[in-house]
Design a protein. Structure first.
Length: 347
């Protein structure tokens, strides 16, 4: 009986520790760095933690010492004032100044490494990222500087080399953050900023908007894939090639032209199917490669058979407040046809 009680006691006491340790791994953990910037931040974090622990222990030791010290002889007011002044100058000014300067010197190279400075050889790959409520638009500039590949909620980058991410926002302030690659940069409407990151090896990383941007801020995830340079170039080439038309979806394409082209685009979509009176103020994601994306709604719904149709029917329930209006005026069969056609949209 006593052994059983001890087991339960260990389990209860260890549960919080297991919960803390669980946050030290995974695709969103800063304690599992996979790039130069992330490693620099990793060591800055440990340095800050170490200094804070030492200072805390010193304060606790001084606090305990005050209970055990012997009675001191009576001091004159001037002596008391001199002692207080030493504590103020040492503990209140010198210690914070030295700590902050040391931390600044130690951490400065971390920030500098994420600046888009000239490289010794060649130029860094450039990828544009635009934040929306609540999804990500990814643009890959072509030879003339204009984006010729556009996707959403899925960022593909080359591994083993620096990449410059040019950031901006289409509506409110967002923040671009890939924890395992390091860095966090605000995305401000009307302004462009650049952050340089690098993935050591190919892999999949999680990213998140790190600035509160509205009701669905926590549901604004970004899927990041780092590929070998050859695989990355092949992926871009596939996306730049004109998509092959899908047979047997004439009614779905017609319905898409009537209901969806006001906000969404698909490369190679026949212009004659676009009704003349719709507005072309594109506000939603480009859907050219939606069938190859790992999720819908910026991480809300896994991509699988029938997922797009389900999203079209229930998107305001799955992600309340998103800017796509309810499709109450479209029958379910039509939504399912559109969803089945969009599932074929793969590079």
């Amino acid at each position: 009986m006593r052994h059983r009680v001890n087991c339960w006691r260990r389990l209860i006491l260890g549960a919080p520790l297991l919960g803390i340790l669980a946050g030290c791994a995974g695709e969103m953990s800063i304690l599992d760095p996979s790039g130069p910037a992330a490693r620099h931040q990793f060591w800055v974090w440990w340095a800050m933690l170490g200094v804070s622990v030492v200072v805390s222990l010193a304060l606790i030791a001084l606090w305990l010492y005050t209970f055990r010290r012997r009675e001191q002889p009576t001091r004159t007011p001037r002596e008391e004032q001199r002692i207080m002044l030493r504590w103020v100058l040492g503990g209140g000014i010198a210690l914070p100044v030295v700590s902050i300067v040391a931390l600044l010197v130690f951490a400065a190279p971390t920030g500098r490494g994420m600046l888009p400075l000239p490289l010794a050889e060649g130029e860094a790959e450039l990828i544009e990222v635009v934040g929306h409520q609540w999804w990500w638009e990814i643009r890959y500039p072509g030879e003339n500087g204009e984006p010729d590949v556009i996707t959403a909620n899925r960022l593909v980058m080359p591994a083993g080399e620096p990449v410059d991410f040019r950031l901006t926002s289409a509506d409110v302030i967002h923040a671009f953050w890939i924890p395992r690659l390091g860095g966090k940069r605000d995305m401000v409407p009307g302004r462009r900023s650049t952050i340089r990151l690098e993935a050591d090896v190919p892999g999949v990383f999680g990213a998140q908007c790190a600035e509160f941007c509205g009701a669905q801020h926590t549901a604004m995830l970004l899927h990041v894939e780092a590929l070998e340079r050859d695989d990355y170039d092949a992926w871009l080439a596939e996306r730049r090639a004109p998509p092959e038309p899908s047979d047997g979806f004439d009614e779905a394409r017609q319905a898409f032209g009537e209901h969806c082209v006001a906000c969404h685009t698909v490369d190679g979509f026949p212009e004659q199917l676009i009704v003349d009176d719709v507005s072309h103020d594109i506000q939603g994601p480009d859907l050219t490669d939606i069938g190859s994306r790992p999720s819908l709604g910026a991480g809300v719904l896994p991509m699988e058979e029938g997922a797009i149709a389900y999203w079209l029917e229930h998107h305001q329930t799955l992600k309340p407040g998103n800017r796509m209006p309810p499709h109450n005026h479209i029958d379910i069969e039509t939504l399912q046809d559109i969803g089945a056609w969009l599932e074929t949209m793969e590079p």
